[in-house]
Design a protein around this ligand. Structure first.
Ligand SMILES: NC(=O)c1ccc[n+]([C@@H]2O[C@H](COP(=O)([O-])OP(=O)(O)OC[C@H]3O[C@@H](n4cnc5c(N)ncnc54)[C@H](OP(=O)(O)O)[C@@H]3O)[C@@H](O)[C@H]2O)c1
Length: 328
């Protein structure tokens, strides 16, 4: 997960110190920051990697510090705290709010649009890679090759629309101040601790029913996603430049559940029928720029089945991949 590729080691040589990672205390930030640390070390490049978050989960902070990543605890809703962050020419933006949108949509909108405003005011002129989501597109036919970056952003539901808002804020400041930005439309990072594969594996292992209505899911191993996110600093541009980031092909929920069942020796209970639409992204641009991910679905299924069966630690943050009405 945190072993750098030769391409990343090379790319890190161009990154001026410090590299600031905002929203680093969540599911992706810790491994992303440590991957950057290891890549810089492998390049013999003196790079200070600074992880910023509120660190609601203090274990993430300790994990980062013990691996050579400097941490700063800050609430990025606080403009004064944003102003105190270290100067940087390279910023990765991971802050986001998704779950709970149905209950408090105003908080989601504030987190996903106000914080980008404060950050873009603070880091005027820096190269910024901002995480977005494949959910900015509407559901598309499973027979299509998926949404392309130039497609209209007309998703369903407040969370996805707040992600469009987040992109538009970055885009606005990129244009206004000439701040280069890459917008990474990520679809479902998978890790052994969380993600769509863990969600399906757990259901099978616990003899719960797997709903296959959302029958097709894009996915990417988090290690490969983090590699592309760091290398995307080179793609930051004015106007802001979007990039779909996901695997070469989507997974079929029914097929994956059956494969987990076979590996785990569990009967599989399926409900629903596959809908003919899903959240799918075309990765032609990714293939041309940073390269398509390589890790096979077979490998990920084997790793995940083994991890879940042996009681490996899990984050217990379900993806709710079944949601089709945009309500999170
Ligand atoms: N993981 C995926 O599969 C996936 C898929 C599509 C898109 N994305 C996007 O990629 C980004 C990173 O993904 P992730 O899974 O790591 O997200 P995540 O687990 O939600 O992490 C984001 C982190 O941002 C921090 N944050 C939120 N509000 C903050 C505030 N006011 N001040 C400081 N920090 C704040 C939180 O950590 P603290 O509580 O420590 O502050 C939170 O854990 C997200 O923005 C998401 O939109 C991820």
């Amino acid at each position: 997960m945190t072993q750098p590729s030769p391409a990343l080691v090379e790319a890190m040589r161009t990154v001026q110190s410090p590299l600031v990672i905002l929203g680093a205390g969540g599911k992706m930030g810790p491994t992303l920051a440590v991957l950057a640390r290891r890549a810089a070390d492998a390049a013999g490049h003196a790079l200070d990697v600074v992880a910023v978050s509120r660190f609601s989960d203090p274990t993430a902070r300790g994990w980062l510090e013990s691996r050579g990543v400097r941490t700063i605890s800050a609430d990025l809703f606080d403009r004064a705290a944003v102003a105190r962050l270290p100067e940087s020419a390279n910023v990765l933006y991971l802050v986001g709010l998704k779950f709970g949108t149905q209950q408090t949509p105003s908080l989601t909108w504030a987190a996903n649009t106000l914080i980008p405003t404060y950050v873009m005011e603070r880091y005027r002129g820096a190269r910024v890679v901002s995480l977005s989501s494949g959910n900015v597109y509407p559901l598309v036919s499973i027979h299509s090759s998926g949404s392309v970056e130039s497609d209209p952003l007309t998703p369903l539901g407040e969370y996805a629309n707040s992600c469009v808002g987040r992109e538009r804020i970055f885009e606005y400041f990129a244009q206004r101040d000439g701040t280069p930005v890459a917008l990474i439309r990520l679809s479902y990072a998978v890790d052994l601790h969380y993600g769509v594969l863990v969600d399906i594996a757990r259901k099978v292992f616990q003899r719960q029913t797997v709903d296959v209505t959302m029958g097709h899911l894009p996915y990417i191993w988090q290690g490969e996603a983090n590699d592309r996110i760091l290398r995307a600093l080179a793609l930051a541009a004015v106007p802001a430049s979007p990039l779909n980031l996901t695997g070469d092909q989507s997974l079929e929920v029914r097929d994956v559940a059956l494969r987990f069942g076979a590996l785990m020796g569990c009967p599989v209970q399926i409900s629903g029928m596959e809908a003919d639409t899903a959240y799918l992204s075309d990765i032609s641009r990714l293939r041309e720029t940073l390269g398509a991910p390589k890790l096979s679905l077979d490998t990920l299924i084997r790793w995940t089945a083994h991890w879940v069966m042996q009681g490996g630690s899990l984050l217990d943050k379900p993806t709710h991949f079944e949601v089709r009405n945009g309500r999170y």
